[in-house]
Design a protein around this ligand. Structure first.
Ligand code: ZN
Length: 398
């Protein structure tokens, strides 16, 4: 008996164990949510052209990486290679790993392309980027796909101060492609105890300009967009428009409520951080998917209990920790990985060296995001920070 199977026999065995599909059958599923198109060719083949939206995982890495990349084993998967051979083996391997709905594309990408079906040249990292982000590429939760996503992301930082400094540095280092920074202050020597974006030779310079110099020197991939203005009701909707995320490093209640209401309106998640003396907090407000700032803090504390940052002391390292946590949460939200701090408040105490998390629930009665909330009106807030009523229109009182 011949126990050594020839390649052809192996292929026949694989094909008999899997389902193959013709392009005509699967092409209508291109735009369907949840269908994974898996390209198992080598990198140089993939870079020449691929089916739009395909996940690239070369055949040689399949066994070890597929469960990280496609965690749902019941997800419909269309696997393809150049001609339909490697994909047949890949489909067999996936079936062995417990995937239940995998088909191998007959004729592969070559026939698909020859038949004039949709394909495109995928975006890929340059050799310099591959080197720079090597340590990201080595974690499957980021990988090349995640890195490209980061490079394509837009994050707006409110403030280039204590929290904004570490957040901006790490987001720039991570390769977040567009970083907006809004701040109207100039660098002062008293900032340097914690605001590590700036330095002695920048004293007197606009903080946004100093931030841009530091971040561009760190990573030329990053486009730093600066806003040397006061964030207010008149400009907030225009400024935040088009950003994927807001990292809030502001230190006063009226601005936080303004940011909250505007971000709900634009449905942009806010990564919140705050610091006081030796204590810091961080959480993520994901509009209508989790609580908002008003759900958590319905009204600001009395002014005497809430000193602004200019008056309150803070350990210089503290914003380094909280701002770094904000950067972590931002990256998780951008890549949709892990368990972001949505509905959870992380509280850090530097003297105890302890972290605690508290549940934060959405308030059904929230005047901003609750079911019966009035339409959001963006306007300057006074010390009470109450939502503004929609101005009655049409009739003038007699
Ligand atoms: Zn709310």
């Amino acid at each position: 008996m011949n126990v050594v199977a020839s390649a052809r026999e192996l292929l026949t065995q694989a094909k008999s164990a899997i389902r193959e599909a013709q392009a005509d059958e699967v092409q209508p599923r291109l735009d369907e949510d949840g269908v994974v198109w898996l390209d198992v060719r080598e990198a140089d083949e993939y870079e020449q052209g691929a089916i739009p939206g395909a996940l690239h995982l070369p055949r040689g890495h399949l066994e070890f990486q597929v469960e990280g990349r496609i965690p749902d084993k019941s997800a419909p998967v269309v696997v393809y290679c150049a001609g339909g051979v490697r994909s047949a083996f890949a489909a067999k391997t996936m079936a062995d790993l417990g995937y239940t709905d995998v088909v191998s594309l007959v004729g592969g990408f070559n026939r698909w392309k020859d038949e004039g079906r949709p394909w495109k040249t995928p975006e890929t990292l340059t050799p310099e980027q591959r080197n720079r982000y090597q340590r990201h590429l080595l974690v499957s939760e980021v990988g090349e796909e995640g890195q490209l996503k980061l490079l394509d992301s837009r994050v707006l930082l409110l403030g280039a101060g204590g929290l904004g400094s570490p957040a901006a540095l790490y987001l720039a280092a991570a390769g977040v492609g567009t970083i907006g920074i809004i701040d109207m202050d100039v660098v002062d020597a008293s900032n340097l105890q914690r605001q590590i974006l700036h330095s002695m030779d920048r004293i007197g310079e606009r903080k946004v300009d100093s931030a841009k110099k530091t971040l561009t020197a760190l990573n030329p991939d990053v486009d730093v967009v600066t806003y040397d203005v006061r964030l207010g009701a008149d400009n907030i909707l225009d400024i935040i428009d088009g950003y994927d995320l807001i990292v809030d490093g502001t230190d006063n209640f009226p601005t936080r409520y303004l940011v909250n209401d505007a971000s709900l309106l634009k449905r942009i998640p806010v990564i919140h951080g705050s610091i006081f003396r030796f204590e810091g907090q961080a959480t993520v407000f994901d509009p209508y998917n989790g609580p908002c700032y008003r759900c958590m803090i319905p009204e600001p504390p009395p002014a005497e209990l809430a000193p602004s940052c200019a008056e309150a002391g803070v350990l210089g390292v503290l914003p380094g920790i909280i701002g770094s946590i904000q950067a972590v949460e931002a990256i998780k939200m951008l890549l949709r990985i892990g368990d972001p701090l949505v509905g959870r408040l992380l509280a850090y105490d530097a003297l105890e060296e302890s972290f605690r998390t508290f549940k934060v629930r959405r308030d059904p009665q929230c005047p901003a995001c609750g079911e019966n909330a009035a339409p959001i009106v963006i306007a300057e807030y006074d010390d009470l920070c109450m939502p503004h009523a929609l101005a009655s229109s049409g009739t003038t009182p007699a």
